[in-house]
Design a protein. Structure first.
Length: 508
């Protein structure tokens, strides 16, 4: 089936910004964004242009205004450009928006490109030998146009890392496997005029707030984002038994009956998986329909070929997820947009992966150990470079490991995941909203981490307390869970975990 529709699915929802028109993509859209640069975009990638005097914005993808959920892309972007006298103003007025987008800003001599808060619609960039800039949704598109080859040394080095032996690998820092083609990290923009990437967040200190101060702000954002998505899209919701999707379920209360809820699972675990059993029971009690999607055991070869052409680093596991969603919803008259709970751990700290660690003990090697990349010298070097700049940000009341999850894991692993899905469906992550992240990070750490995750319980209780009547993330080993909870409470879990990562797991 996919082989017959290669033209539809190949490079779906992708783009190239280049110093000349790219005519090798058939009927793609062509837009001149400046005297020297042209945008080429796949027909299924929405492109919205907003002008005001000598100021222009180009939106690739979609954007949601939680305070005006009925606004469409054109209304939102026109409102932003009308309010923005400078390029920095654009960043300010985008902060409370959500979506999966890239924005090109052309205001006077300022010419820059950046993406949504979590970088879920990716930007890869390259400066060629003529000092011209290339930007694209995938690095290999640039590489193929310019004849750039894979750096086999970097590839072999990364494959030494234990993470690359799993189905959930991701690339460290802002590197790609191609020399001088880089990935734009969240919280940065690329200045096309001056050919450099620049950090734009944070700019001011995140002063602490209480849970009671945080609640109404984040509830308005999350519920407004989901309401806006339902207003515009045929929305499906990938739900599990975890905190991330349960919080979003609570936030969806106002429009819950207009959403398709589903859970994906393997055939062998269909009748025993808590991620299936708990949402099924909970949603039934709430009067909502829930579907169980069984993952195929093998990826269709035609689909796999297109996936790996679309996403240079495409992973089979993500392809299986995408195919099962396609098969389940293919009879829908309108294409599905799938809501996911990714990115929540930026503010809901998982100390199993990133244990609380004193600043002097943080190093490139320590971050590589936390990322399961200890055996890669490339990864250690990339994390070391990132850490030099990140350590300067603690003056803004930023936890380095929260930022690590945001800019490194979510910005690389999460962004790659959504790119792998876009061949079949568009995705939405309500947590990819800068203002939401800021409010949550301002709440003291102890309220947004193990063992209670008090802030997240309070969010759910405030908007839809019935969602808390079923267990969240039940422990497979309850004795082990009790021991871990005790270690959290007496403040020695993190030290034990850090030593385990650095000395046992690293050399095992």
């Amino acid at each position: 089936m996919f082989k017959e529709q290669t033209e539809k699915y190949l490079y779906r929802r992708q783009y190239v910004l280049a110093p000349h028109l790219i005519d090798s993509f058939g009927d793609w859209k062509h837009i001149q964004v400046s005297k020297d640069y042209f945008l080429t975009a796949h027909p299924d990638l929405p492109v919205t242009v907003a002008h005001c005097q000598n100021r222009s914005l180009y939106l690739l993808g979609y954007i949601i205004d939680p305070y005006n959920p009925c606004f469409d892309d054109t209304q939102i972007m026109q409102d932003v450009i009308d309010k923005s006298k400078t390029a920095d103003d654009v960043l300010l007025h985008i902060a409370d928006k959500c979506g999966r987008f890239v924005i090109i800003v052309k205001i006077g001599d300022n010419f820059r490109i950046f993406s949504d808060a979590c970088g879920l619609r990716q930007v890869f960039y390259h400066v060629d030998k003529q000092n011209s800039v290339w930007c694209s949704s995938q690095p290999h598109i640039i590489a193929e146009e310019l004849g750039i080859k894979i750096n086999e040394v970097v590839k072999c080095d990364l494959q030494k890392a234990s993470l690359f032996k799993t189905a959930e690998y991701w690339y460290p820092g802002n590197i790609t496997l191609f020399d001088n083609i880089f990935h734009l990290t969240p919280n940065h923009y690329f200045d096309i005029t001056f050919r450099k990437f620049i950090r734009y967040w944070p700019r001011e200190r995140l002063n602490p707030i209480s849970i009671s101060e945080c609640l109404p702000k984040v509830l308005a954002l999350l519920s407004g984002i989901i309401e806006g998505a339902v207003h515009r899209f045929n929305l499906a919701f990938a739900i599990s038994c975890g905190f991330d999707s349960r919080t979003l379920l609570a936030a969806s209360r106002k429009v819950a009956k207009n959403i398709h809820y589903f859970t994906q699972t393997a055939k062998i675990t269909k009748d025993s998986d808590p991620d299936v059993l708990i949402p099924s029971a909970l949603l039934k009690q709430l009067g909502l329909k829930h579907s169980v999607l069984v993952l195929p055991e093998k990826l269709d070869e035609d689909f796999k070929a297109i996936l790996q052409k679309n996403v240079f680093t495409g992973r089979v596991a993500k392809g299986l997820n995408a195919v099962s969603i396609y098969d389940h919803f293919k009879s829908e008259k309108k294409e599905i947009v799938v809501l996911y709970g990714n990115c929540s751990e930026i503010t809901k700290r998982d100390r199993f992966r990133f244990p609380k660690t004193p600043k002097p003990l943080l190093s490139g090697a320590a971050l590589a150990a936390m990322a399961q990349m200890s055996h890669s010298s490339v990864a250690i070097n990339e994390f070391t470079k990132w850490l030099i700049s990140a350590k300067k940000l603690t003056k803004y009341n930023i936890d380095i490991l929260d930022l690590m999850h945001w800019e490194q894991r979510v910005g690389n692993w999460g962004a790659m995941t959504f790119s792998e899905y876009e061949m079949v469906h568009e995705s939405l992550c309500p947590y990819s909203c800068r203002r939401y992240i800021e409010y949550m990070l301002r709440v003291p750490f102890k309220y947004r981490t193990q063992p209670e995750y008090k802030l997240h319980h309070e969010i759910m209780a405030a908007i839809w307390p019935e969602v808390l009547e079923y267990e969240i993330n039940p422990a497979k080993n309850r004795i082990k869970r009790r021991i871990e909870d005790f270690l959290y409470r007496i403040n020695i879990y993190d030290s034990i975990k850090f030593l385990h990562l650095m000395f046992y797991k690293r050399f095992k």
